[in-house]
Design a protein around this ligand. Structure first.
Ligand code: ZN
Length: 279
């Protein structure tokens, strides 16, 4: 990997008013001990049946069994709260600081670690939501509401949702049940909750897209990659394993794919960026 060339390209983009965009996925948080919640890690037992995340994380399941879905999210949130940001998060913050308004971050992670490490909220988009927030299930407001602090999540054990927790999960305005502020598998991206239009505007202005720790299995992230490629701008994938896009990127004149861990790459990129001299 020629980091010096990559850093030169970054500076050329900045001079031409283009965005450097980081598309972030679960791989960034693996070093913090947060599982991907796919396969066996994500099993959830209701009665005698095991459910997969693809079944639990749906509006349909929430409508049928809201307490079960909330129990599952409180358990997931407890794992996130007990995790600490890793070197990858820290270096991404430093890179954002260096690149300033030329840097956009599009994150698929709902674990809250980007905001805990101090990543600036401007130009940062959580396209799959954020477990630090809840929303009313009724249209009384479209605003996201900070997660109720009366619920003690840090020491949460599976299936221990209390009556008072349940009460706290009701809207302070209208009393309806609230839901996690996350995009479910049977729902669509939109501007109101997931900044869809704002993200696409940044993607139109993107000169280099870094794909960090995501296998691009969901709809919007793969659209973003295809958009930047067809716009003849640069796409650089960093993944410990190859993804569905690796071959395409290796073959494309404006694509590159490197096998590397997220934290390792971001540390090297920050180092190279901070020692860059013009000329
Ligand atoms: Zn409400």
């Amino acid at each position: 990997m020629d980091l010096e060339a990559i850093v030169k390209q970054i500076h050329s983009c900045i001079e031409h008013d283009k965005q450097i965009t980081f598309l972030i996925g679960a791989g960034l948080s693996v070093d913090s001990g947060i599982p991907t919640f796919r396969g066996e890690e994500g099993y959830w037992t209701v009665g005698s049946k095991n459910y997969q995340p693809e079944e639990m994380a749906t509006f349909q399941m929430f409508s049928q069994a809201p307490k079960e879905v909330w129990n599952w999210y409180l358990y997931r949130k407890s794992i996130c709260l007990n995790a600490k940001p890793n070197e990858g998060h820290h270096n991404l913050k430093k890179i954002q600081h260096l690149l300033d308004t030329s840097c956009s971050i599009v994150s698929q992670n709902v674990d809250g670690l980007l905001s805990r490490v101090g990543i600036k909220a401007s130009n940062t988009y959580h396209i799959h939501g954020d477990l630090d927030y809840v929303r009313c299930t009724k249209p009384c407001t479209t605003l996201k509401i900070p997660f109720p602090d009366s619920i003690e999540v840090l020491n949460y054990k599976k299936n221990c949702l209390s009556d008072s927790d349940w009460k706290s999960l009701h809207c302070p305005e209208c009393g309806s049940l609230m839901r996690p502020h996350v995009l479910w598998f049977d729902e669509s991206y939109n501007q109101t909750h997931y900044s869809l239009n704002s993200v696409m505007k940044k993607i139109e202005q993107t000169g280099i897209l870094f794909i960090i720790g995501t296998s691009l299995t969901t709809n919007l992230p793969s659209t973003i990659v295809q958009y930047v490629l067809s716009n003849n701008e640069r796409v650089i994938e960093i993944n410990p394993n190859s993804s569905d896009f690796s071959k395409l990127l290796q073959d494309a004149a404006n694509g590159q794919s490197f096998q590397s861990g997220s934290s390792q790459f971001l540390a090297q990129l920050f180092k190279q960026l901070s020692s860059f001299k013009k000329g």
